[in-house]
Design a protein around this ligand. Structure first.
Ligand code: PEP
Length: 265
C-alpha cells in the first residue's frame, strides 16, 4: 500500500493563538505518551489563520512530528480581496495543506463548485496540497442520490486539472449529516462512497492516478470509531473536527494501525 494515511484535525473557528500553543504542546505530549509513529501515518493540524504563526513556531522549534495547514485559501493571487488569504501567505507560514470546499464554507459562504475548482487550481499551482471536501446532505442521502451527488462534486472540483495534479490532491468525503452531529456513517457507508470516488478518478484520470489519491472520511470520527473505518480498502485517513480539540483523543486516533485487521500500512 503506497498511500500514507493522513490524520487531519480541523480546529474550525476554535482556539485563539495563545490557546493554540497550549493545544499543540499537549498534543505533542500525548503523541509521545501514545508512541505515535510518524512513519505509519501523517498527522496534520489545521488551525484558524490567526494561529498559524504560533503553531508554526512551536512545531519547528520543538521538532514536533506534525504538519500544519489552513482551513481555506483565496482563488486569487493577491490584491483587493478584503478578508481573503492568499496561497503565497500560507506557504510563507510553512503550510503544506489547505482545506477547500468544506461544507461549512459551501453552506455559510455560498462557495460553489466553480469556486472550489478555482481554489483547487490556485492551491495546486502554488504547491499547496488541497484537501477537497465533498459529501451530501440528509435530503440527498434519503433520496439515495449520495453517490452520484458526491461524484459530481469531485469531477467539478478537478475539472481542467492534469492527471499529475490530480494525483497530488486529497479528497475528504464528509457526509454533511454526520458532521458535528455525533452521527457517524457506518464504515460500509463510508467505503461505498470512498470506493466510488476512487472508481470515478480511475475513469477520468486512469488507475495509476486513482491509486495515488488519498481519500479521507470525515464526520464525528473518534478514537472508538477509527479502526473500523481505516481497515476499509479505500479509506486512507480521516478529517476530524470536534475530537481534534482533545489532544488525548486525537493522539489516540493516530494509533489506528495498532489494531488494523488485515490492512497493512
Ligand atoms: C469536519 O469539520 O470536517 C468534521 C468532520 O467535524 P466533526 O468531526 O466534528 O464531525
Amino acid at each position: 500500500m503506497s498511500r500514507k494515511p493522513l490524520i487531519a484535525g480541523n480546529w474550525k473557528m476554535n482556539v485563539n493563538h495563545v490557546e493554540a500553543v497550549g493545544l499543540v504542546q499537549k498534543l505533542a505530549w500525548a503523541l509521545g505518551d501514545f508512541k505515535y509513529d510518524p512513519t505509519k501515518a501523517e498527522c496534520l493540524v489545521i488551525p484558524p489563520f490567526v494561529d498559524l504563526r504560533s503553531v508554526q513556531t512551536l512545531i519547528e522549534a520543538d521538532k514536533i512530528p506534525l504538519a500544519w495547514g489552513a482551513q481555506d485559501v483565496s482563488e486569487h493571487e493577491n490584491g483587493a480581496y478584503t478578508g481573503d488569504i492568499s496561497a503565497e501567505m500560507l506557504l510563507k507560514l510553512g503550510c503544506s495543506y489547505v482545506i477547500i470546499g468544506h461544507s461549512e464554507r459551501r453552506q455559510y459562504h455560498h462557495e460553489s463548485d466553480f469556486v472550489v475548482n478555482e481554489k483547487t487550481r490556485n492551491a495546486l499551482a502554488k504547491g499547496l496540497t488541497p484537501i477537497i471536501c465533498v459529501g451530501e446532505g440528509l435530503e440527498v442521502r434519503r433520496a439515495e442520490e449520495h453517490v452520484p451527488f458526491t461524484l459530481a462534486q469531485v469531477a467539478a472540483a478537478l475539472e481542467d486539472r492534469t492527471p499529475e495534479q490530480v494525483a497530488k490532491v486529497v479528497i475528504a468525503y464528509e457526509p454533511i449529516w454526520a458532521i458535528g452531529t455525533g452521527e457517524v456513517a457506518t464504515p460500509e457507508d463510508a467505503q461505498e462512497v470512498c470506493g466510488a470516488v476512487r472508481g470515478k478518478l480511475a475513469e477520468l484520470y486512469g488507475d495509476e492516478v486513482s491509486e495515488q489519491v488519498r481519500i479521507l472520511y470525515g464526520g464525528s470520527v473518534k478514537a472508538s470509531t477509527i479502526v473500523a473505518l481505516m481497515v476499509k480498502p479505500d479509506i486512507d485517513g480521516v478529517l476530524v473536527g470536534g475530537a481534534s480539540l482533545n489532544p488525548d483523543e486525537f493522539a489516540l486516533i493516530t494509533r489506528f494501525y495498532e489494531a488494523s485487521g488485515g490492512k497493512s500500512w
